[in-house]
Design a binder for this molecule. Structure first.
Ligand SMILES: Cc1cc2nc3c(=O)[nH]c(=O)nc-3n(C[C@H](O)[C@H](O)[C@H](O)COP(=O)(O)O)c2cc1C
Length: 164
């Protein structure tokens, strides 16, 4: 069965990691957009509050049909120690019954463990099984450094063996 990568990214760091991953493991990839405006200083605070409270948001696409996929990667930036609202919203709209799931998050420095744990809990409730997870620190990193870090993670975690 095929592999798909679903991700949300505000400033395109998670996007960079996700696209590199898609190339490395030959997976399909879908970007989840948050239709709420998330740029600017005030929206940064609102974004943190929304993440902390796990407030839902409007996303595009509204759901993803996972029927033809056996393995699903889900990637999010860490917001206030939580997954981004777009990903919280997405998880609750997808059917993970019988799916293997690999979770990843990009972050400045802290809150990664809690972010993965929260996604794991929500996916398990919806019938999915997290097989592994990883974090990519992005603070101060250039685009090519994020890509290199992703490639290194693929090698070190042997991610190419999953979902074949
Ligand atoms: C609203 C908001 C809250 C954030 N909270 C955290 C946090 O709690 N811990 C952390 O390490 N980084 C935090 N960050 C930094 C992002 O997780 C990090 O820059 C991430 O790589 C951005 O990914 P993106 O470019 O895909 O949006 C936060 C960023 C935003 C915009």
């Amino acid at each position: 069965m095929k592999t798909i990568i679903l991700y949300y990214s505000r400033t395109k760091k998670t996007a960079r990691a996700a696209n590199t991953l898609a190339k490395e493991i030959s997976a399909d990839i879908v970007e989840i957009e948050d239709l709420k405006k998330r740029s600017g200083p005030l929206n940064y605070i609102n974004a943190s509050v929304d993440a902390m409270r796990e407030n839902k948001t409007n996303i595009k696409p509204q759901t993803v049909d996972l029927n033809e996929y056996g393995l699903v990667y889900i990637g999010t930036p860490v917001w206030a120690g939580k997954p981004a609202p777009a990903i919280i919203t997405l998880i609750d709209k997808c059917d993970f019954q019988g799916k293997d799931v690999i979770l990843f998050a990009t972050l400045g420095g802290s809150g990664g463990r809690n972010t993965i744990l929260r996604m794991k809990e929500k996916i398990e409730v919806r019938g999915g099984r997290m097989i592994t997870s990883f974090l990519i620190k992005t603070a101060g990193k250039k685009t090519y450094e994020i890509e290199d870090e992703m490639k290194k993670t693929v090698e070190e975690m042997d991610l190419k063996i999953y979902g074949a």
